[in-house]
Design a protein around this ligand. Sequence first.
Ligand code: 5GP
Ligand code: MG
Ligand code: MG
Length: 182
Amino acid sequence: MQNDLAEVLFTEDEIAARVAEIGRAITRDYACTADEGGIVLISVLRGAAIFMADLARKIELPVEMDYLAVSSYGNGAKSSGVVRILKDLTSEIEGRHVIVAEDILDSGLTLTYLLKNLSSRHPASLEVATLLRKKTPAQAKIDCKYLGFECPDDFIVGYGLDFAERYRNLPCIGILKPEIYQ
Ligand code: 5GP
Ligand code: MG
Ligand code: MG
């Protein structure tokens, strides 16, 4: 699998260290929520599931985990620009402290839509933890309270991120060789 990468951007150890830092920051920032039931972590399936699973175990507070599925890239490498909820949350988030875990912020279209949708449910607070953010000039302005890494505007795979459902189980994050998706 790793032979299909043009470049490794972040190793397994670098990812683990960064995720642990984000977990510590969240633990510190949300300490006061411990008595109110802690945090609801929401992962956007399927890419962010691995990040959220690792992040949750680095947060030393009560954490509920819930999942949303939205349509985004299909099997291709280009954004369709169309966001649709395919699977909604199981929990009610009204009055809860919510953190949305995302794998990668590219155009920002998906998160812009999701944040609007989630805030209409009146959470006590709503923040974003994204593992990666692409350096894309046209990106929608989104406040990410927690950011793992900035990455180049290439097609990225590994640690949850797929191409046609492959490479999610790659332990590192890297740039997919263009000849594989072109
Ligand atoms: P956005 O709406 O910000 O353009 O991106 C939405 C989703 O598309 C991301 O959460 C991610 O699931 C997927 N995506 C965007 N860029 C990449 C990429 O470089 N690689 C992969 N595997 N998925 C991406
Ligand atoms: Mg995603
Ligand atoms: Mg995908």
